[in-house]
Design a protein around this ligand. Sequence first.
Ligand code: APR
Length: 247
Amino acid sequence: MDENSPQRAAEIIAAANSICVSTGAGMSKESGIDTFRGEDGLWSRFNVEELATPEAFQRDAVKVWAWYRDRRRNLLTIQPHVGHRLLAEWETRVPTFNVITQNIDGLHHRAGSQNVIELHGRLDVARCTYCDYSVQGLDDLGEDPACPVCAKRLRPGVVWFGEPLPAGAIESAFASAQSCDVFLLIGTSGVVQPAASLGDAAKSLGARVVEINPNTTELSYLADVSVRATCSEALTAIEEAWRRIES
Ligand code: APR
């Protein structure tokens, strides 16, 4: 980590009236949830075509459910980390503060964030493939759960590749990105649309961009400041610098 980058990021954040945060899988890595890409990512071990598309579910719902049951079971053992908690606290210190996440783990809410837009659904939700029924929670639903209302098949409450995002989510996300004065990009490789376009939308309307990621990404060109560290390290260092600025 360039020792000066947290200070420069804190100066930008401390002066902000409206902050829009965009988080990806790297935000939850230190809580024990694997990222998707990179050599130890989920997609290097699992076949996305067989597990994360509506066609895969059509072909073999039991196989798809088995994978999501494992991830739901794992979520029972997971806690938000200091980075999640700091973002929740910053929400109380900045006039407008929104978190837009591609993560399906619900950790921002669990850390106390209120203004959260979940673009890719939630792992702790199952919904009917036919009627409006849905259930939230991490109880094990069995290998091929059926809807208690219409007996049709239940599916994981997440967005699979090729599926539309939850109604209104992307509109709210772009509205937040286009009205912020600081855009904080945390732990995303910036390769999945439409989330990967939020930074451009913010920058094109004058927002300052701060990136937090140990590695460079497809979106690093947008950054006014890049903090090359894990998000818990970077957010903690920025918090300390911000406190010094305010003291
Ligand atoms: N702190 C911050 N960033 C980290 C950390 C960490 N501790 N560890 C890894 N990263 C960074 C990596 O350098 C990488 O740039 O997090 C990023 C994770 O990238 P991806 O695995 O591609 O995750 P993400 O960008 O969220 O993927 C987007 O793709 O597979 C789909 O639906 C899935 O929501 C997901 C979407």
